[in-house]
Design a protein around this ligand. Structure first.
Ligand code: A3P
Length: 311
């Protein structure tokens, strides 16, 4: 049934050589199509669930580490955090890459609350129960120039199911501008969650990577409040926010042995999730003319929405 559906859809090869399929106006990795359909059909959200949603390479790993630490701060002392021995992606699974990868309807009932899951799906593609229950969605995005550069590096580090060699950077950039990108178009992904957040700010928290880089303390407080796990005055006085921010920082996570070697499911290198962790690294790879093209695109796509990016 799923193979039949796949045959009816437009397919092409992404700039990194991975096959894509266009579904509901979104470009998805073909290898994730079946798990996405399975998640849409079978995932039953609970009111207590926290769903992390992102475009790839936008701060997913960071957000997983922070939300896991916030939710479990009374279970594990900081110096015994599972983050010290496990990659954040092992602690907070993706619906499409992990949970529904092998099975259509796995039993998720025994996972203790709050369950934290993540997905790269567009807002409109989320399983209905995520929208219909009181579970909360935390979205993080990143300026498109850094997101693309980060993705190009990530793809060059991991070789899974490629159909072709990657194209040159200017061609990759051109395809990105046309919306052809894993989980693209970028604009639609970001706007879907931006509008959902405007409509119901208690349901969708909208974060930007650049804001976390600028002031992690206020963002961690905001995330904890949104999750329903606000820091008490006593915890603040004990420096709990700084401890969590410090443990989850790029410097800390990228230097842990677990994140320097090994891989996830034999596919993705742990180290490939930690490269530079900076804002503005795109200037080392993209030309001012490319940046101008993206800025014009953002102006037209985001016109009237109030959404802006600091590049
Ligand atoms: P760069 O390639 O620009 O360094 P994702 O987690 O969504 O896959 O995104 C990966 C990007 O986030 C990479 O960006 C990575 O270095 C950066 N990153 C990973 N962990 C981080 C952290 N704790 N703090 C800040 N940036 C982090």
């Amino acid at each position: 049934e799923f193979q039949e559906l796949l045959r009816t859809l437009e397919q092409r090869v992404n700039w990194d050589g991975l096959p894509l399929v266009k579904y509901c106006g979104c470009w998805l990795l073909v290898m994730l199509f079946r798990p996405i359909i399975a998640a849409q059909n079978h995932f039953k959200a609970k009111d207590t669930d926290i769903i992390l949603t992102t475009m790839p390479k936008s701060g997913t790993t960071w957000l997983k580490a922070l939300t896991f630490s916030i939710a479990n701060r009374n279970v594990f002392p900081i110096d015994q955090s599972p983050l010290l021995t496990s990659n954040p992606h092992m602690l907070v699974p993706f619906l499409e890459l992990n949970i529904y990868k092998e099975q259509d309807n796995p039993d998720l009932e025994t996972i203790p609350s709050p369950r934290i899951f993540s997905t790269h799906m567009h807002f409109k593609m989320l399983p209905d129960s995520i929208r219909e229950t009181d579970c909360r969605i935390i979205y993080i995005c990143r300026n498109p120039l850094d997101q693309l550069v980060s993705h190009i590096h990530f793809s060059s580090q991991n070789n899974f199911g490629k159909d072709a060699d990657p194209v040159a950077i200017d061609e990759a950039f051109d395809m990105f501008c046309q919306g052809i990108n894993s989980f693209g178009p970028f604009w639609d992904h970001v706007l879907g969650y931006w509008n959902a957040h405007l409509e119901n700010p208690g349901k969708v928290l909208f974060l930007k990577y650049e804001d976390l880089k600028e002031d992690i303390t206020s963002q961690v407080k905001k995330i904890a409040e949104f999750m329903g796990f606000p820091f008490s005055l006593e915890e603040e006085e004990q420096g709990m926010i700084d401890q969590i921010s410090g443990l989850c920082s790029f410097e800390s996570l990228s230097n842990l042995t677990v994140n320097k070697r090994g891989d996830i499911n034999g596919i993705l290198k742990n180290s490939s999730f930690f490269r530079k962790g900076q804002v503005g690294d795109w200037t080392n790879y993209l030309t001012p003319a490319m940046a101008e093209r993206i800025k014009k695109l953002m102006d037209s796509k985001f016109e009237g929405s109030g959404l802006m990016f600091n590049t």
